[in-house]
Write a protein that binds this ligand. Sequence first.
Ligand code: PLP
Length: 376
Amino acid sequence: MSPTPFPGGPDLFRLDPGIAHLNHGSFGAVPVPVQEAQAALRAEAHEDPDTFFVGVADRIAAARARVAAHLGADPDGIAFIANATEGANLALDAVPLAEGDEILVTDHGYGTVVAAAARRAPVTTVPLDPGLPDEDAVREAVLAGVTPRTKVAVLDHISSPTARVIATPRLLAELAARGVTTVVDGAHAPGMVADPLAGGADFWFGNLHKWGYAPPGTAVLAVAPAHRARIRPLVPSWEDGHGFPRSVEYRATADYTGWLAAPEGLDLLDRLDAARVRVHNTALAAHGAALLARIPGLAPLPYTDGLAMRALRLPPGIAETPAGARALREELAARLRVRVLIWPWPGGGGIRVCGQIYNRPEEYERLAAALPAFLG
Ligand SMILES: Cc1ncc(COP(=O)(O)O)c(C=O)c1O
């Protein structure tokens, strides 16, 4: 049975109705009340820039407190940042490393996050077969990659291509027991999972602009108390004297309106009932995956329950390279008017579908009916 559409869901967005947006996970989409809140903040800044900038640090602190309450975080233990990529760089800059130390990453890691690790120290890449059956198998594969040189592990909370949880609390605890500092890329977690900081990583960053309904450029970095004094903004700040989190947040003349509008997105999520949104989005993604699984040659991948994204492998020869994946993605967008993530992988790439309150079951049906012709 198809999931019932979320009442009023599509009306909360200004998405092109001619396109099936099945890729919320990549860039999110900003609900209209949040767009309006940000527009009002921009108008205020344009009317009286001096007053706006004089008071902005305190307003950021108030918005941060709202976000901290949502995440279950200590308000002094998180900072607003622009995106997950910035979070990775800030975290890795704060970890003391010596000659010979290495950073563990996995082959599921996000490109710019892995690049941040590689800038800092030599990386060891742990291969994770997308078909690994469960969290235990993933944990064992990661731990098998730890060597005496491994000082830091950078792991996805929820992996981008395969949409599964990698950094479980148990894996993080076992890495900590081996003396490995943990950096978790929670890009997809805020708004998608109920208690994103429960894992207890040393450093964790997540985007509010994906599932938290915030404007683009709105993310947070959470830092365990022991590491906070070592955090430095990537660019010197007027607030350096205040230390984390203000030093990281205040970046001279910049557009802070996305951060200030972030509480509006979380309030909306609360008004809609975040648990109900999660159940609905998960059901939609599962519906999409079930339809795609009927296509010969497509193999559903093991998944973590309760996530609003699901992934399947494509047949051998399809999307094996980044160029091949991009070509298929753009062909689906141009000819079918469906936006979906196609990810490259040797031996056959993958497809990831997302569920969000603006999606309708027919959109996945349209994709599933037409996709075989694109795989020919
Ligand atoms: C797992 C993961 N990490 C990091 C990012 C990058 O996020 P940003 O563009 O906000 O830096 C993404 C984006 O999709 C992602 O999926």
